[in-house]
Design a protein around this ligand. Structure first.
Ligand code: GTP
Length: 645
């Protein structure tokens, strides 16, 4: 198993970052003519470190060498996002300078795992001076992630201390965490160019997951399908690359002009694209200005460098050293992931303001929500691990079930990982699966819907004392939560199982609900039933009954809901027992006859065409009879009835 670690330089201009990388690897990272001419780095340079130890331990160390000039902090930022181990370079003759501290603050905000402090140019000064510089830097680095970092003294021109530094880098890398490769690939592009004979080539650091040659992935935020033609890592063509590698990709299907720095390569349909998100913002302590609601900013994350505006919650102004929750509105759509680190810089003059973690991607409109609630929500997300976050995403859907497609994008998780989290949440009774592998609701919402359903049903029972219950569809349209038909079915199934509700004849009632007829109503009911029983296949019309008796409509519904009467069409009803007889009559008939005409049927049941035709239609609908031209024939279903009888 290979462990991939990205080493990144950091430090003030001219403090010896590129010279140090050359001394460590033999590679010249300042390759642009302008860089050579001016003696400064403009674009990040890339290399890798190898020796016997890395080969035997399967350690792959990629190197990103960043520019130190204050004008190019944006370029430093584009490369720093993927760094695991920072080499903070300080020239012994100058000591800590402004960009040393700005880079340190950025690495701190990006939560880079580890740092080694390298004091360069030691041959230019005497030892006592270097001791003083070291004391000063320890003082200035207090409270940062590099406060306890190892400090190494080197001179890259003479090679002094380089071998020891190389050993320390390898030892440190061996002890560091391996990146998760089980996540979806997240590959921010930091360079695009055309290579003669190859076509479009991009480079970047693979933040997570793995990429294989030949696979089809997507370019975000445009969501264009791309083909991974070939992959290159540490100067060699490879079949597969894992998280934490510097990777060159030869892309099929797109021109150089269709790709921009900061675009992301990932699995299709896996990320949310949005201009809006909510985040935690840690404001640097040593700023000489405050942040105001609506300030314009430069936004940096991974290799993306864009502009936007910042909105504060609950306040008009935020101060240096404060930690606040903010909403950011970008100038363009970006494809980000939950808990991704970002940095913002002042619009003008450019200066790092702070940064933190992205918490809510594409937040819902917040007009009706109190700012206090938003802050509590964001606080919960900040503290949440992935499982808790998925639970929060489901709970926050509030008015509808959370689809798995939505959860996948919201969490940027691979299918299998998300499914196992959802299964765990179901087992812990935190969420309920309403459609298998498709949609979920939070238990809190389940309770709310249950309450709502009971309220609607009880009101219905009160209003229609003689009705057995409500139709599912009617109930679904009345609840204050948007569920589709299948989701509502599952919801009702659970409530029936819990003995909260019961279902009878497709009608939903409260579990304990029973119709009790008064003596008068009972007498009317019996009278009506008798009429139907007496008239066999020539029953009275519904309208007639409804008009004739007091409470006729209610009692009629009662007789239908409770299966005393069987409905044939809107006007025609038969007594249940009479209707059951029909099947026996038909079975007997087909023992002696092959087919049945309308006239024969009419005579068979002693009725008229007016009743016989709708009845035949109903029997066809129930697939008890089938029709061929003008004749009806028995189906297997009717035969079965015969056998079971
Ligand atoms: N004597 C001595 N000179 C050094 C050492 N490291 C760098 N230099 C010199 O310092 C100058 C700047 O070095 P670079 O490596 O270009 O500095 P950098 O930090 O990469 O500069 P930027 O990337 O532009 O920020 C060069 O002239 C180097 O030759 C060192 O350890 N000893």
């Amino acid at each position: 198993m290979t462990k991939n670690i990205i080493i990144g330089t950091a430090g003030h201009v001219d403090h010896g970052k590129s010279t140090l990388i050359k001394a460590l690897t033999g590679d010249e990272t300042d390759r642009l003519a302008a860089e050579k001419e001016r003696g400064i780095s403009i674009e990040p340079g890339f290399s890798h470190l190898e020796n016997d130890k890395t080969n035997s331990e399967n350690l792959r160390l990629g190197i990103v060498d960043v520019p130190g000039h204050e004008k190019f902090v944006n370029k430093m930022l584009a490369a720093a996002g993927g760094v695991d181990l920072a080499l903070i370079v300080i020239a012994a003759d100058e000591g800590v300078m402004p960009q040393t501290l700005e880079h340190l603050a950025i690495l701190d905000l990006l939560e880079v795992e580890k740092a080694i402090i390298v004091l360069t140019k030691i041959e230019l000064v005497d030892k006592e001076w270097t001791d003083l510089i070291e004391l000063d830097l320890k003082d200035q680095f207090k409270g940062s992630f590099a406060a306890k970092a190892d400090i190494v003294r080197v001179d890259s021109e003479t090679g002094k201390g380089i071998a020891a530094l190389k050993d320390l880098i390898i030892e440190t890398a061996l002890q560091m965490k391996k990146r998760q490769k089980s996540e979806i690939p997240y590959y921010p592009i930091d360079r695009v160019f055309t290579l003669k004979g190859f076509g479009t080539v991009v480079t970047g650091t693979l933040f997570s997951g793995e990429i294989k040659a030949g696979e089809e992935l997507a370019l975000y935020p445009m969501e264009k399908t791309i083909k991974i033609r070939s992959l290159e890592n540490h100067g060699q063509e490879v079949e597969k690359v894992e998280a934490g590698s510097r990777v060159g990709i030869n892309i099929g299907g797109l021109e150089k002009s269709e790709i921009e720095k900061g675009n992301i390569i990932t699995t299709p349909d896996s990320l949310l694209k949005s201009k809006f998100f909510e985040a935690e913002l840690k404001i640097l302590e040593n700023l000489n200005f405050t942040i105001k609601n609506g300030d314009s900013i430069h936004f940096h994350t991974a290799a993306l460098d864009t502009t936007g505006k910042i909105y504060l919650y609950n306040k008009k102004e935020a101060f240096p050293g404060e930690k606040v929750y903010v909403k950011l509105v970008l100038a363009e759509k970006a494809a980000l992931f939950f808990k991704q680190k970002y940095i913002i810089r002042r619009f003008s003059p450019m200066q790092t303001i702070g940064g933190g973690e992205i918490l809510e991607l594409d937040p819902p409109p917040r007009r009706k929500v109190s700012e206090h609630k938003i802050m509590t929500d964001l606080d919960n997300l900040k503290k949440a691990d992935l499982k808790e976050a998925v639970e929060i995403f489901i709970r926050k859907k509030e008015n509808s079930a959370a689809e798995i497609k939505f959860l996948k994008k919201k969490s940027a998780l691979k299918n299998e990982k998300l499914k196992s989290i959802l299964d765990d949440l179901v087992k812990e009774a935190k969420i309920i699966e309403l459609r298998t592998d498709k949609s979920y609701i939070h238990y809190q919402d389940f309770e709310k819907i249950k309450e709502d359903i009971l309220k609607i049903i009880n009101a219905y029972h009160k209003k229609f004392e003689l009705r057995a219950g409500l139709k599912k569809e009617e109930l679904r349209s009345k609840i204050d939560f948007s569920l589709n038909k299948k989701e509502m079915d599952t919801m009702l199934e659970i409530l029936v199982k819990e003995k909260v509700l019961k279902e009878n004849n497709n009608l939903i009632s409260e579990f304990a609900f029973k119709i009790s007829l008064t003596k008068d109503l009972l007498a009317i009911k019996n009278k009506i039933l008798k009429l139907y029983q007496k008239n066999l296949f020539n029953p009275p019309a519904k309208e007639e009954i409804v008009e004739q008796y007091e409470n006729g409509a209610s009692i009629f519904n009662y007789l239908v809901d409770n299966n005393y009467l069987v409905q044939i069409n809107s006007e025609l009803y038969f007594d249940q027992e009479v209707y059951s007889q029909l099947k026996i009559i038909l079975n007997n008939y087909f023992q002696k006859n092959e087919s049945l005409s309308l006239a024969e049927f009419r005579d068979l049941i002693g009725s008229s065409r007016r009743y016989a035709l709708p009845l035949l239609k109903k029997l066809e609908e129930l697939k008890l009879l089938k029709r061929k031209e003008d004749l009806r024939y028995p189906t297997n279903k009717l035969e079965k009835i015969k056998k079971s009888d």
